[in-house]
Write a protein that binds this ligand. Structure first.
Ligand code: IMP
Length: 199
């Protein structure tokens, strides 16, 4: 079991999901707030790997504690992979999750169901020493609905229907979402790795 892991986020939705996903592999999951570090890393790379590595590296440099940073994007086939790495600011800078969902629904207006396929992809970067890091990735396939359904979750959850389910991510409870989500899958691989190096 790994001792301490600093996760490079203060987003409470993500903290809950990550803590649940790693449970037995890490003794203590710390957040930036927990250790009094306040860093905003600009996500200006054009790949999820680039952003995850940039965040993890900057946070490791400040805290010198093994840390992980993740970056996620929603890749919509009919939009050539948009919003992709720009998912958090699809409708502009400082926009709400609802603004991004609205823009995506508008862009997809008139696109018929079979062509509404999409996937979430998460890349986790584990940074554990100067220049020492590893990536873990997870994907979840699904489709974009034509209107919102459900009030749970965050981000694009209310318009994303995972393949094989009749509930959107926003209609599933956290336990159900954590069984199949992109982030859960990436963190499951990360957890297996942490468990393997400590046994
Ligand atoms: P981030 O890199 O994890 O901050 O994710 C970028 C953007 O993707 C977020 O601002 C959300 O809009 C969206 N996103 C990330 N993870 C999820 C998820 O699990 N469900 C829905 N939207 C998500």
């Amino acid at each position: 079991m790994t001792d301490k892991l600093l996760i490079a986020t203060n987003n409470k939705d993500k903290i809950t999901e990550i803590k649940k996903a790693l449970d037995s592999a890490v003794v203590s999951v710390l957040t930036l707030n927990d250790i009094g570090i306040n860093i905003e890393v600009e996500e200006d790379k054009d790949t999820l790997e680039g952003n995850a590595l940039k965040k993890a590296e900057e946070i490791w440099s400040a805290a010198r504690i093994p840390c992980s940073a993740d970056d996620t994007g929603l890749f919509v086939d009919a939009l050539n992979g948009d919003p992709g790495v720009y998912s958090s600011r699809y409708a502009g800078e400082n926009v709400s999750y609802a603004d991004n969902r609205r823009k995506l629904l508008e862009k997809m207006n008139g696109i018929p169901r079979p062509k509404r396929t999409a996937r979430f992809r998460t890349v986790v970067c584990y940074y554990f020493g100067e220049g020492e890091y590893k990536f873990f990735e997870g994907e979840c396939e699904g489709e974009i609905l034509t209107e919102e359904r459900g009030s749970g979750g965050f981000g694009y959850d209310a318009i994303f229907l995972p393949s094989g389910y009749d509930k959107t991510f926003a209609e599933l409870n956290l336990e159900e979402k954590n069984k199949i989500s992109h982030r859960a899958r990436a963190f499951e691989k990360f957890k297996k790795y942490l468990t393997s190096i400590s046994s």
